[in-house]
Design a protein around this ligand. Structure first.
Ligand SMILES: Nc1ncnc2c1ncn2[C@@H]1O[C@H](COP(=O)(O)OP(=O)(O)OP(=O)(O)O)[C@@H](O)[C@H]1O
Ligand SMILES: [Mg+2]
Length: 308
């Protein structure tokens, strides 16, 4: 089993339940485990009935939890950018840029970038402290965008660096005092900041595509729309070179059903399960039965054997 596991899938399919069950299993096996929620809805707190926030909380034995608040991270992220720019730009330009940044703080792109930065920071900082790190992610679209970010950001930053270099060269041609100064590009604070950022993104990319380190487990329910969505999501993850070997089909109806309504539902479900078996035959498919009760930290042991 890899060290870092991401659980993803559509809204309500059982991502939080599965990530908690997996993290609980790891801790039972004696691995020091950190369970992290990146979902703005934060249901790990509900599941364990303990308020979890941006600081690590010990839940039991070897299991710690943490919830990342993208709002809070976004605010911190913008403040850090303002501080960086404050050292570089003139006060007049800065005032206008600060106004723009205040607007940027509420945009989804900034929240994702901030969330992504935080996730990478945790992976890098906590790597030595924990044997296993499990991520409970937000519903599909949001998470997939997050996983594709390093690819997008690195080409964007490369073009920013090139533009800045061009601008500096033109300035150098115009300004006499800068002519012949070979270090003008190397010493430029904007280029230095961009290069640092690029290094961080490349590091993130390295972690994401390291097949011995990170894997993504997709959770779905045996329903019509789920199959198409899962196909698309898995192909996006593969395109981004993220390891996906396993899927979880959660809430599978029991085999013995007395009632006509549920018998019919089970027949339909069987068709979907067959289709899932065919469409995803490359993957290890784990089926988790629907339980009578909602899952919480008290009864999660029922599900633990489905996880390794
Ligand atoms: N196998 C199961 N049997 C019975 N109930 C389940 C099962 N798996 C999950 N549930 C219940 O379904 C509900 C939704 O599960 P969960 O919160 O894990 O989904 P989620 O994918 O994290 O949702 P969201 O997208 O809102 O974050 C919860 O009440 C949970 O207890
Ligand atoms: Mg959830």
């Amino acid at each position: 089993m890899n060290k870092i596991i991401f659980f993803g899938g559509k809204g309500g399919v059982g991502k939080t339940t599965c990530s908690y069950a997996q993290a609980h299993k790891f801790s039972k096996l004696g691995f020091r485990t950190l369970l992290i929620s990146t979902d703005p809805a934060h249901s790990i707190s509900d599941l364990v009935s303990v308020k979890i926030g941006p600081k690590i909380v010990n839940i039991k034995d070897d299991l710690d939890c943490l919830e990342i608040d993208s709002n809070y991270e976004s605010k911190k992220y913008i403040q850090a950018i303002k501080k960086n720019l404050g050292n570089i730009l003139s006060p007049i330009i800065l005032e206008e840029i600060n106004r723009q940044l205040d607007i940027a703080y509420i945009s989804p792109g900034t929240q994702e970038a901030a969330l992504f930065d935080k996730m990478i920071e945790i992976i890098i900082d906590k790597n030595g402290e924990y044997d296993r790190i499990v991520f409970d992610t937000a519903p599909t679209g949001h998470t997939l965008r997050l996983m594709s970010l390093p690819e997008l950001l690195s080409s964007w930053i490369n073009s920013l660096i090139n533009n800045r270099k061009k601008a500096l060269k033109i300035r150098q041609m115009v300004r006499e005092d800068e002519r012949g100064n070979k270090n003008i590009i190397e010493n430029d604070p904007i280029i230095q900041t961009l290069i640092k950022r690029r290094e961080k993104i490349l590091k993130a990319r390295e972690i994401l595509i390291n097949k011995n380190m990170l894997e993504f487990i997709f959770v779905l329910n045996p329903e019509k729309l789920a199959i198409e969505e899962t196909k698309k999501a898995l192909s996006i993850l593969q395109r981004n070179k993220i390891k996906t070997n396993k899927i979880i089909v959660n809430r599978v109806l029991p085999n013995i059903i007395m009632d006509d309504f549920w018998r019919e539902k089970k027949i339909i479900e069987e068709r979907y399960l067959t289709e899932i078996g065919q469409v995803f035959k490359k993957y290890k498919i784990i089926k988790i039965p629907l339980q009578k009760i909602d899952m919480n930290s008290e009864n999660i042991d029922i599900l633990v054997d489905y996880f390794i």
